[in-house]
Ligand binder design. Structure first.
Ligand code: NAD
Length: 290
């Protein structure tokens, strides 16, 4: 069995997978591959799948499978698996770091201090304690985010149509979450329903000066509406790890909008997470080889 590792995984993975067959990282060998391992960089479109006539299994190291044309794979009898549990802590820690950076004004503090300014009295901070975090999506990552927020003394409310019970999140209808949240954190997958979900209509239901963290998917947000909300101050800050494309186009309006904190889609890129993804990949291949 030929296994193509198409994207960046932990450096130990090729060696760990040798017991299952021939392992290559040479993308030109796609036509011979029975298994392809991708993260988010490689787009497994119908055209990509057509170039792999021997393909039986696509493994997405990570959670979101929106970079894989699952219909095209299904038509050819190709299985699609992901490693859903591995990334929760890594993404939640980044989302929490981004949320902490907002009231602590860390980016401004760093940049202005480096520029030789010492804005001690100008850089007024606020605290997370006592504030309300609203979660949109209360799955694995949303729940990890909630645990961290509780440890900081925040109240946590959340909306998720598929979740009826949570030990850490006070589940509420979406409009109530929007009305109560000082901070909103997006943890939904990209689906037909969530695409463009965070738009002008939703902003109008949020508190003035709300701060939003997005480690879910960039396309869940209507960028033009968000930029307008940032310019008017309706949204005080937007911290994002996710974009409409990786990387965003040079004319992406968020790159120049005020009060945006940016990361280059590194939520699932901790060393520990890459090792956990490797463990889940091995388990998938063990089951596949039986
Ligand atoms: P999960 O499946 O455990 O949770 C997602 C939750 O979103 C589910 O409970 C689902 O019911 C809910 N949901 C779906 N539609 C919704 C809607 N319209 N409104 C509210 N909730 C809705 O997945 P997870 O492991 O928590 O991951 C969540 C998402 O995070 C992934 O799908 C992916 O898009 C994103 N992610 C990003 C990174 C990154 O690097 N930034 C890494 C991993 C995952």
């Amino acid at each position: 069995m030929k296994i193509l590792i198409a994207d960046a995984f932990d450096a130990s993975l090729p060696e760990r997978l040798k017991k299952f067959g021939e392992v290559t990282q040479d993308a030109s060998q796609l036509s011979d591959a029975e298994v392809v391992l991708v993260r988010s960089k490689t787009k497994c479109t119908a055209e990509y799948i057509d170039k792999a006539p021997k393909l039986k299994l696509i493994i997405r190291g990570g959670v979101g499978t929106d970079n894989i044309d699952k219909e095209a794979a299904k038509k050819k009898g190709i299985q699609v698996k992901n490693t859903p549990a591995a990334s929760s802590v890594a993404v939640a820690e980044l989302a929490f770091a981004m949320m902490l950076a907002i009231p602590n004004r860390l980016i401004e503090a760093h940049n202005t201090t480096k520029e030789g300014k010492f804005l001690k009295s100008e850089l007024k901070r606020t605290e997370l304690m006592g504030k309300t975090l609203g979660l949109i999506g209360v799955g694995r990552i949303g729940t990890e985010m909630a645990r961290r927020a509780k440890a900081f003394g925040m109240k946590v409310v959340g909306f998720d149509p598929a979740v009826q019970k949570s030990d850490v999140v006070d589940l509420k209808p979406l409009d109530e979450v929007l009305a109560r949240a000082d901070y909103l954190s997006i943890h939904t997958p990209l689906t037909d329903e969530t695409k463009g979900m965070i738009n002008k209509n939703l902003f109008s239901k949020m508190k003035d000066g709300v701060a939003i963290v997005n480690t879910g998917r960039g396309k869940c947000v209507v960028e033009a509406d968000l930029v307008e909300a940032l310019k008017s101050g309706k949204v005080k800050a937007y911290a994002t790890d996710v974009w409409t494309s990786d990387p965003p186009p040079a004319d992406c309006p968020l790159l120049t909008a005020p009060n945006v904190i940016m990361a280059p889609h590194i939520g699932a890129s901790t060393k520990e997470n890459l090792l956990r993804i490797g463990d889940e990949v091995v388990q998938i291949l063990e089951a596949f080889s039986k």
